[in-house]
Design a protein around this ligand. Structure first.
Ligand code: FPP
Ligand code: MG
Length: 300
């Protein structure tokens, strides 16, 4: 499987850095789903060896962004394991992120300008997206446009650039694949926001119902707020950024179902998924279609 080649390639990049501490830190991060690598390998299948290198670069950038994100969010766990900041402290996590990120950029220089520009522009967007997320988390946000702009930048932009770049490598129509990646990325983040509400801690690999406590008014909460009466709106607002007890959690979950707020999120995920499928339908790439279908059809 080529995905294991991506792991081998990242390990080679880490070895190039020739530093025992960096190698020790790398061993402590668990590998994750590698959605971005999978996309690149599937879109640029006919350019397999260059696709493996590009996938490694994008996964290293993604890993770097999560190292920084866990410092920003003060998160103790990542992918079901202790986060680097929890084990070694914030300073080490930030510097390790910078090391992964700068090595990835060094390797990106070997790719055509279209690709290096697309990926590096996405990293600017994801950093701006994270900044927007921090700003939006200060107060309750009922503005959907702000939410969509933030998740586009924070999550979808790198998936969009990964798809664009892989298509460019393969000589396919990169704009169509970029649209596929963008819609997939948006849907993926909305699913992540839904899972925070409907999953348990064990399935998530991190504490559930944590977003609202962290000040994140994710899409299910924005839709819920629109649908509640004024007393209920006040109750929801009073819980913002608070440690939720079991009763509060039960109330939110029940209202999410009863008002159709969650249903509205699923409908949007489905629409985004269909738009993703439509943009590349002429390619009849079953692997890429399956990624979307599995995402839409999953049980919550
Ligand atoms: C996860 O968000 C965070 C991201 C997808 C992007 C974070 C981006 C940066 C920190 C910019 C810095 C970039 C680099 C390359 C150094 P989340 O907190 O909503 O998701 P989570 O539940 O997985 O933590
Ligand atoms: Mg986070």
């Amino acid at each position: 499987m080529l995905l294991s080649k991506v792991d081998e390639n990242i390990e080679k990049f880490i070895t190039d850095l020739n530093d025992d501490k960096v190698s020790e830190l790398y061993k402590k991060i668990s590998s994750g789903k590698k959605l971005r690598a999978k996309l690149i390998l599937k879109i640029a299948a006919k350019e397999a060896s260059r696709a493996v290198v590009l996938a490694s670069i994008v996964e290293m950038i993604h890993a770097a962004s999560l190292l920084h994100d866990d410092v920003i969010d003060d998160a103790d766990t990542r992918r079901g394991q202790k986060s680097i900041n929890a084990i070694y402290g914030d300073k080490t996590a930030i510097m390790f992120g910078d090391i992964l990120y700068s090595k990835a950029f060094y390797e990106l220089c070997n790719f055509p300008k279209d690709i290096s520009q697309s990926i590096s522009e996405a990293v600017s967007k994801l950093s701006v997206g994270e900044l927007l997320d921090v700003e939006l988390s200060k107060e309750f946000n009922s503005d959907k446009e702000k939410y969509f702009d933030m998740i586009y930048k924070k999550t979808a932009s790198l998936i969009e650039a990964a798809s664009y770049s892989a298509a460019f490598l393969a000589g396919a129509q990169s704009d169509k694949f970029a649209l596929y990646g963008k819609n997939l990325g948006l849907a993926f983040q909305i699913i992540d926001d839904i899972l925070d509400i409907v999953s348990d801690d064990k399935t998530l690999g991190k504490p559930s119902m944590n977003d609202y406590k962290e000040g994140k008014t994710t899409l299910p909460y924005i839709y819920l707020y629109e649908k509640l009466d004024s007393d209920e709106k006040n109750r929801l607002l009073s819980l913002f950024k608070k440690e939720l007890n079991d009763n509060d959690k039960k109330w939110i979950k029940q209202k999410m179902q009863a008002t159709g707020a969650l249903k509205e999120c699923f409908t949007l995920v489905e629409r985004l998924g269909n738009e993703a499928l439509n943009s590349i339908k002429e390619y009849k790439n079953q692997d890429l279609e399956k990624i979307i279908k599995d995402m839409i059809d999953r049980e919550y």
